[in-house]
Design a protein around this ligand. Structure first.
Ligand code: ADP
Length: 179
């Protein structure tokens, strides 16, 4: 993203972020309660580069961002390294391990994947001017999470920004070269 030409519009992060009104909600990962099968389903049925991790659907508090490739690798490794990791194994994206249950020898073991979450994703608020977002993307990052009072509202990728600039310039978005 080239920042040499100044971005002189007054749009805000909330105008560019996804989901748009009427879109499906964000695909997110809950810190506790999802199973290996749920996560495999996410990977199979979506193409996103990653998923915001939140404490719970009720609170929507943002914990971090999990890259799709890191999740795929971790699930593969888990199956490979432990035969008791099954589809119904619970996955914990929490700092502390769950209390071990007194299950039988063949029960699914829980999986802890806290270590693969990026706990410091780039975040902006819904009111951040796009001018700032463009500057951020010109220096670092491919996606930014949009929050309001710590609650997750949406996501903006570099491509969303390029598409937005193209629209403002009334260009055909497909004519812009994405790298
Ligand atoms: P890119 O924009 O580089 O193709 P993605 O494939 O991650 O990157 O995102 C595609 C579109 O979906 C973008 O418009 C983005 O804002 C949106 N998006 C990204 N991640 C998610 C997600 N977890 N849930 C819903 N929408 C997402």
């Amino acid at each position: 993203l080239d920042n040499k030409e100044e971005f002189t519009h007054t749009t805000l992060a909330t105008d560019v972020m996804r989901p748009r009104r009427g879109d499906q909600p964000l695909t997110v990962i809950e810190q506790e309660g999802m199973t290996v099968g749920d996560l495999e389903h996410l990977v199979r049925t979506t193409k996103y580069n990653g998923f915001p991790v939140i404490t719970s659907h009720e609170s929507q508090q943002l914990i971090g961002y999990l890259y799709r490739r890191d999740l795929i690798l971790a699930l593969e490794n888990a199956h490979h390294n432990n035969e008791h990791v099954l589809s119904n194994s619970l996955v914990y994206f929490t700092l502390h391990a769950p209390t071990p249950s007194l299950g039988g020898a063949n029960d699914p073991v829980p999986l802890r994947l806290f270590n693969i979450v990026d706990l410091s994703p780039i975040t902006v608020t819904d009111h951040t001017p796009m001018e700032i977002v463009v500057e951020i993307f010109s220096k670092l990052g491919r996606q930014a999470l949009v929050t309001h009072n710590g609650k997750l509202l949406g996501i903006i990728t570099k491509k969303d920004v390029l598409r937005h600039i193209a629209q403002l310039n009334k260009q055909d978005p497909d004519s812009i070269l994405f790298n």
